[in-house]
Design a protein around this ligand. Structure first.
Ligand SMILES: [Fe+2]
Ligand SMILES: [Fe+2]
Length: 290
């Protein structure tokens, strides 16, 4: 199968459309939590940011879909828009169900340059999801919450994995068909977008973020006491590999983050143990990558 061909488009669109899950957030089997679990859930600092990201994503992706004339691409992107809005409803349901404190959210605005916004968002999802997979794996392993809660969120993370697989294939398909498929150019453009996504992520993590602590997971160390950065990266790589292995081998998968993380992990192995910080504040967005 040639990348950029009609066959490629049909494969990445149909595999996306055919793997859609039917569920309503309100009808999921939300477990009762004991006081300690409830307090821990309420103290997680990123619900506000996660809700904002999903609300904005739902509106932006749905609005981008209305501009796409290719019927198959339109159908797939419109479905992603509905899934992002459903993620927002899922977080709202969680907030209601567990009485999480949430100030009123501002109205959602759709950005004027909709395709660049969709593209930047796709690269952000690739970054966020990579760390979210790892943080989720660590929290689940440490049994931070009852398994019933992880069982609810596991398919949501798979949904984000599905989005980023669709996205990297869409991006490549579009670049090739707009005669921008020359590989070095595609790489430069990819890196540019990744750079932008990374700088957005850093801004969100820093104090400059207007939502304050909202988005920053105060660290995987919230979930477990003996976590080194090396271990965190290893779990991210492993969880990412596991989620990505569910897809057709002919589809492209996001590669930059797993590669960078592998390099970082190898580098860390050369640093003497005593120089590595203990209980690393491994920051990552655990919630919805968007
Ligand atoms: Fe989402
Ligand atoms: Fe998504």
């Amino acid at each position: 199968m040639k990348l950029g061909s009609v066959e490629h488009k049909e494969l990445f669109c149909h595999s996306f459309l055919n793997s859609h899950l039917e569920y309503e957030p309100e009808h999921l089997p939300w477990p009762d939590l004991n006081d300690a679990d409830l307090a821990r859930l309420q103290a997680i600092p990123f619900w506000e940011k996660a809700l904002d990201i999903e609300r904005e994503a739902g509106a932006m992706v749905s609005s981008y879909a209305t501009t796409v004339t290719d019927p198959l691409l339109h159908e797939a992107i419109a479905l992603q828009g509905r899934e992002e809005s459903r993620h927002a409803r899922l977080i709202e349901t969680l907030i209601d169900r567990y009485s999480i404190n949430m100030p009123a959210r501002p109205a959602v605005e759709v950005p004027p340059n909709i395709e660049p916004a969709f593209t930047t968002f796709g690269f952000e999802e690739c970054l966020d999801s990579f760390f979210a997979f790892g943080l989720f794996g660590i929290a689940r392993d440490a049994k931070v919450f009852p398994e019933a809660l992880f069982t609810i969120f596991d398919p949501i993370l798979d949904e984000e994995a599905r989005h980023i697989v669709f996205f990297v294939n869409w991006f490549t398909y579009i670049q090739i068909n707009r005669r921008q498929g020359f590989l070095p150019l595609r790489l430069v453009r990819t890196l540019w977008y990744y750079g932008k996504a990374l700088s957005n992520l850093i801004t969100a993590f820093s104090d400059a973020d207007p939502s304050g602590t909202g988005f920053t997971a105060t660290g995987a160390s919230t979930f477990t006491d003996d976590l080194s950065l090396e271990k965190f990266l290893s779990v991210c790589i492993q969880e990412n590999h596991q989620r990505m292995s569910k897809y057709d081998s002919r589809l492209l998968k996001p590669e930059l983050m797993p590669k960078l993380a592998s390099i970082a992990r190898r580098t860390l192995q050369f640093i003497p143990q005593q120089r590595q910080p203990q209980n690393v504040e491994a920051k990552g967005e655990w919630g919805m990558g968007g």
